[in-house]
Ligand binder design. Sequence first.
Ligand SMILES: [Zn+2]
Length: 254
Amino acid sequence: MKISSAIKAVAAIIGTTFAGVALSESAAAQAGTGAGPTACQARLSPDRAVFTPLGELAGPAGCGGPDVVHLERIILADRTEVAVEPPATLRCEMAESIVFFVRQDLAPAAAAMGSPLRAIENYDSYDCRGRNRIEGAKLSEHGLAGALDIRSVRLKDGRVVRPADSGAPREFRVAMKAAACNRFTTVLGPGSDGYHENHIHLDLAERHNNYRICQWNVWDSLPQVAPLLPAERPEDAPPREEAKDGVKSDAKTR
Ligand SMILES: [Zn+2]
């Protein structure tokens, strides 16, 4: 066994023990039960995920949520693990949906690309802010620890696949979109509102009449028509938007 593998194995044992079996007294108290993991936590640990319970999170301006966890790794059925990089701060119910999404949908879709899934990139999780980072806007699901933005997935062979990238394998993007829209009530990606061109937003917001939002155009990798852009930017063109106000077009949102 290589040293790195040994360290990983030990870390996995420690992580699992801490997260699932031996909740510290303070963590259990914070979680509101006083007697161990919540029902949601018990469904995830020790076999499905490695996480740290954070208890109730009370942020400013209505931010926060009950039974929040720091989700570090998802354990697949074959006992291999998928890292959440960096770990995501989510309400346990949202973490649970992510865990099942990765185990049942994302891992098989990734494996179909020829290499097992090893990590998902957390582009944003708990974040006390308005929607699309607009001040005064309705509180984002991120503010309620109920949303996760995924920018990429990493495979065992080192490949990094960005689902919002039109150059990524189309079958993977189609499978990820179908599964996400089946599992989450809000899915926003490229083509949705201009704020999700480089990542996929997932949340479980409840709406009137169970209305769901599934907005993600899986663009073809090759443009259907020749681009109409001029070969060179004219000298007298006004400054680009992003240079003018300093807001990057790929700003994290919703
Ligand atoms: Zn988001």
